[in-house]
Design a binder for this molecule. Structure first.
Ligand SMILES: [Fe+2]
Ligand SMILES: [Fe+2]
Length: 213
């Protein structure tokens, strides 16, 4: 009689069949880990909603209120103003564009030289690829409007112009991001955008496996 090898059970198999899940993984290295260990971790992680990611994002947004005496408006006002302009231009949709507009500068403290990448990485599991790309490259797109005052090439963004998502990114920069420094603008409150944010961060759109861009 042919011997059929038993399929190796994964952590997901154990959870699906209602196996008893241990309270804590006990490996000392990943090489030692078992499906039972990973079932414990996955089960616990399911109890931590992704809304906690939104709370962290809102914490970072709050930090943008730090004084910038030389700037026309602080970065918090800039973020809300960018979002207000996009909202009033009809970009509510499924909330992803609004989430991008509101959070696009949250990395300014941790990654002042590549804050677009910072925010894009946070948003990546929750948004469509074009929204991810928009946020990641907005510093380059935005540069058209001021790089020449700093001795840099304002047309540096042309090197990515051929990318299928470039127009969406440049449109965001031209219409909403670079124009959002007006101290007299009628900026909308954060509460107006919370339903959009909650929709976006409700659950990831895709698995967070390492991906190339
Ligand atoms: Fe920015
Ligand atoms: Fe900005």
């Amino acid at each position: 009689m042919a011997v059929v090898a038993e399929k190796h059970k994964t952590a997901y198999d154990l959870i699906a069949e209602g196996a008893e899940i241990k309270p804590k993984a006990t490996y000392r290295s990943f090489d030692e880990s078992t499906a039972e260990d990973w079932a414990a971790i996955i089960t616990h992680n399911q109890e931590v909603p992704d809304s906690s990611v939104l709370e962290l994002c809102l914490d970072h947004l709050e930090r943008l209120k730090s004084p910038q005496p030389a700037s026309p408006v602080d970065r918090y006002e800039h973020s809300l103003q960018t979002t207000s302009r996009a909202w009033r231009d009809g970009h509510d949709g499924d909330g992803q564009y609004i989430a991008a507009a509101l959070l696009h500068d949250i990395g300014d403290f941790f990654a002042p030289h590549n804050h677009g990448e910072f925010c894009a990485s946070v948003l990546k599991p929750y948004v469509r690829p074009e929204i991810y790309w928009l946020v990641k490259h907005h510093e380059l797109g935005q540069g058209y409007h001021f790089f020449h005052h700093l001795g840099a090439d304002r047309n540096a963004r042309e090197k990515v112009r051929a990318h299928p998502y470039a127009e969406l990114c440049f449109d965001f920069c031209d219409k909403y991001d670079q124009t959002a420094f007006d101290p007299d603008y009628d900026t909308m409150p954060l509460d107006a955008f919370m339903p959009s944010l909650q929709r976006v961060f409700e659950r990831p759109l895709r698995e967070t496996e390492p991906q190339d861009d």
